[in-house]
Ligand binder design. Structure first.
Ligand code: CA2
Length: 146
């Protein structure tokens, strides 16, 4: 059975591939999505891949995710370090979720070391670039299929 998964991307991730390749790699978000879709297909997952620069839109998408998603993969961008609203929405929807970061946030500025999302996450993946999304999808399939 194909499992629907919501894959959320937060602010500025639409700029990937255009600036700061030393930190975030040279892939665009569309290229990362293509990689993730290939992996998802092999795992029998159906990813709904989205990006927003707006906190409220991300909150709304999380609230709606229970119909029909069964898991969430989220790179909340800078909201990772600031957003109680996104953390509360993830808690409220009560779906298992995996937090992804392209960069190794622990090798960067101290303000990036704290995440409001990590405590409730099934897993946290950082520093693997776009491959982190594939790793998260592997983890979703392993967990949901037992
Ligand atoms: O490493 C990650 O994936 C981050 O979630 C990316 C966020 C950052 O605030 C987090 O601390 C870690 C920033 C995304 C900004 O992406 C850009 C891409 C290209 C050019 C400029 C920004």
């Amino acid at each position: 059975m194909v499992i629907p998964v919501l894959v959320l991307n937060g602010p500025n991730l639409n700029l990937l591939g255009t600036r700061e390749p030393a930190i975030y790699g040279s892939l665009t978000l569309a290229e990362i999505e293509r990689l993730a879709r290939q992996r998802a297909q092999a795992l029998d997952l159906a990813p709904d891949f989205r990006q927003s620069n707006h906190e409220g839109e991300l909150v709304s998408w999380i609230q709606e995710a229970g119909r029909p998603a069964r898991a969430i993969v989220i790179n909340a961008g800078a909201y990772t370090h600031t957003s109680l609203a996104i953390a509360d929405a993830l808690k409220a929807v009560a779906l298992p979720y995996w937090e992804v970061h392209l960069s190794n946030i622990y090798r960067r500025e101290p303000f990036r070391h704290h995440s409001y999302l990590s405590a409730g996450a099934e897993g946290v993946i950082c520093g693997l670039g776009g491959l982190g999304y594939c790793a998260a999808l592997e983890a979703v399939a392993a967990k949901l299929r037992g």
